[in-house]
Design a protein around this ligand. Structure first.
Ligand code: PMV
Length: 352
């Protein structure tokens, strides 16, 4: 029996992934780019043990056992990591070296998120990244993160970006087999220490439309989506440039525009998908007002929203105090259905 525990962080996209060209292999219709948040507060922690005696693969999520018999995405991750391990075992056997046949053992997976699950806070990204990273450590696989990201992608698309810290692009790739659809680090977590993220938990309820269902409905019904696909390549280049130059003005505007366009294609989906609520829109207005009040006219903060109402606000560190005070002032009290959390720095990717 062998047991390993790892954690993986959440990543929040500033150029959103929305739409698959291959739903089996999870190949996206556009490149995307995200910022990996600190592991300290938002993370998935996963323990996996492999033992000959186990009767089958099992999963406990946040303390409750889940039926994984129909969970194809999890099985994709088991299959892919076991195949690489098996090749290592075969090689060792051929060379006459002893090796434990871990690839043949069933596994027990215990995973917990220290934040609301499936509420649009990227729990699938950190969860599936933690699963693949822990399996890789359990099976002693070579830890080429881009290689592992191709496997994590088949668990949950956005999970591929959580294997790296810092600023991470998911290159959509061209190949039909997905061999070039992987995550790459644009800049490490040490690159832009002045940039911080504030997570405003507007609601911790589970989202109504899953991203899997939502994005396919968008692809099938939204004429606006074709326009989005023309815009994203230029945005990706501009975003990489902004990050490398630590140009918050461009980073912030691109981030807000991309979030707005993503929610516009959700509204253009038929029937429409609503992820934002009145509080989310209130926070958007507040950030625009805050930026309008900037003495030099420069953007001081940028919001972005995933498939849920919760806001993530990116801003230079020196503005964060003011932003937290503003949010606390305009969205006060614990009686309402929102509260906000502390600031998180930008830190590393999956860790042992
Ligand atoms: O990886 P999924 O299937 O949970 O999709 C995530 C999609 C968004 O969070 C809305 C955008 C993104 O790029 O993370």
């Amino acid at each position: 029996m062998k047991t390993v525990t790892c954690t993986a962080p959440v990543n929040i996209a500033v150029i959103k992934y929305w739409g698959k060209r291959d739903t089996q292999l999870i190949l996206p219709t556009n490149d995307s780019l995200s910022v990996t948040l600190s592991q300290d507060i938002l993370h998935s922690k996963t323990t996996i043990s492999a033992a000959k005696e186990y009767s089958g693969d099992r999963l406990w999520l946040n303390g409750k056992e889940e039926d994984i018999t129909k969970n194809k995405r999890m099985h994709n991750c088991f299959r892919e990591t076991r195949a690489i391990r098996k090749a290592v075992e075969d090689k060792a056997a051929a060379a006459g070296q002893p090796i434990e046949l871990l690839s043949t053992y069933p596994v027990h997976v215990c995973s917990e998120n220290n934040f609301p699950t499936a509420a649009g806070l990227a729990s699938s990204a950190s969860g599936l990244a933690a699963l693949v990273f822990t399996l890789a450590k359990l099976f002693d696989l070579p830890s080429d993160m881009s290689e592992l990201s191709r496997i994590a992608r088949q668990g949950s698309g956005s999970a591929c970006r959580s294997l790296f810290g810092g600023f991470v692009a998911w290159e959509m790739g061209k190949e039909a087999d997905g061999s070039d659809s992987k995550a790459v680090q644009v800049a490490p977590e040490t690159h832009w220490p002045e940039l911080e993220a504030l997570v405003c938990v507007v609601s911790d309820a589970k989202k109504g439309t899953s991203s899997t269902e939502g994005m396919q409905n968008t692809i099938q019904t939204s004429p606006l989506m074709a326009e989005r696909l023309k815009v994203v390549p230029g945005r990706m280049e501009a975003m990489k440039k902004a990050i490398l130059a630590k140009d918050f003005e461009s980073f912030g505007e691109l981030t807000m525009r991309d979030s707005n366009q993503f929610h516009a294609v959700c509204l253009d989906t038929f029937p429409p998908i609503f992820y934002l609520n009145d509080t989310s829109r209130g926070i958007m207005r507040l950030i625009h007002e805050y930026n309008r009040s900037s003495p030099d006219g420069k953007i001081k903060a940028a919001y972005t929203y995933d498939a849920g109402p919760n806001a993530v606000i990116y801003a230079p560190k020196q503005n964060m105090r003011e932003i937290i005070q503003l949010i606390a002032h305009y969205f006060p009290g614990t009686d309402s259905d929102y509260y906000f959390k502390d600031t998180y720095g930008v830190l590393g990717g999956a860790a042992l």
